[in-house]
Ligand binder design. Sequence first.
Ligand code: GUN
Ligand code: ZN
Length: 428
Amino acid sequence: MIRAFRGEVLSVSGDPRSDPQAVRHDTDALLVVEDGIVIARGPHADLAPRYGDVPVEALPGLIVPGFIDAHVHYPQTDRIAAHGEQLLDWLERHIFPAEKAFASKAHAEGVAAFFLGELLRNGTTSALVFPTVHEQSVDALFEAALERRMRIISGKVLMDLGPEGLCDTAAAGRAQSEALIRRWRGRGRLGHAVTPRFALSSSDAQLAAAGALLAEHPDVLMHTHLAENRRECAEVEARFPAAADYLDAYDRFGLVTARSVFAHGIHLSDRACQRLHESGAGIAVCPSSNLFLGSGFFDFGQADRHGLKLGLGTDVGAGTTFSLLHTQGIAYQAALMKGERLDPFRALWLATAGSAALLHIADRVGSLAVGQEADFVVLDPQATPLLARRTRGADLAERLFALQVLGDDRAVQRTYLLGDCAWNRDKT
Ligand code: GUN
Ligand code: ZN
């Protein structure tokens, strides 16, 4: 089936710092979609004669590619806004007790359904997701994502040094991961990530097993946390005295590759940045989480000096919002704490094509290019009285920046998956 959408379309297919041509904007565009795939995109005046007999839906607002959350924990949905601690105490006091409940498949199913609904109402169409240590927490998420036709990447959390009720073994973790990879490979828009929680929650034997899984399955990602919190970094240094730094503790087990996604990277040595660059691994930047847990501010200047691959994550439940639109605004503020002025188009790139490249799905999603899947969001610059007032008469960069700073789920008017409307703010 062929249909078309008409409206103002903006995408940023590459980092505009190095490639200003990556920003593509048409105030009156036609987006032509066949069986969920973009088959043409350009100014309406140019394309309309060619697609004269195709039904056209006019969309209000600003159309951008669906957001791609490069790091988020679905089991922490119900622990967002948990008061009082930095990372390690927050995990013990708030997070581990909540994750234990995912031993129940029914509980996991209920949270997965709410979580995916929250992604869609916030304009997020793809995500790299932490589940829990329980195999069935992955099944619950994948089943719900398959039903909704969302692009979700996940894999059982490996943690053989976890607390009771939230702990596997190196052998069981590997066997369950193998089973999940076999069970879910090639289904819908799902992808797999080998997911050791972080260096402190896996034994050497388990980190080695994670490396073996990666070597055996070249199509999967590796997803973990890196250098988020100072006390965490000190404990990693004490546990791995022979490692050059935190990243090197992972590297020794074959966990640093072009398919590795590390969340945070707040406290990185230049050596680690060099190694990240050389390996092609990248960082999911999670600014709302970094503020909430008092972890620090991501250093965009250092990352750019080393040419690091970057994407944007919410990291809910340490993150305080599911909105990657609002997270772009928080990223601006966090960057400024380190003296960097994050450009609004670059922030949009981080949340779309940047995250897509980090997650190795840039051939499918992220920039609404011809051949990509038609996942997109209709943003409403008049969503609130303040936004309407602030964006009146504003140019594109000002409108986008105001949406990032002042907007959230209220500014997401509609979310489309494969050309079908999956969320409509005004019809609920
Ligand atoms: N490091 C290890 N586990 C976690 C987690 O659940 N959230 C965050 N933000 N950091 C972690
Ligand atoms: Zn996290």
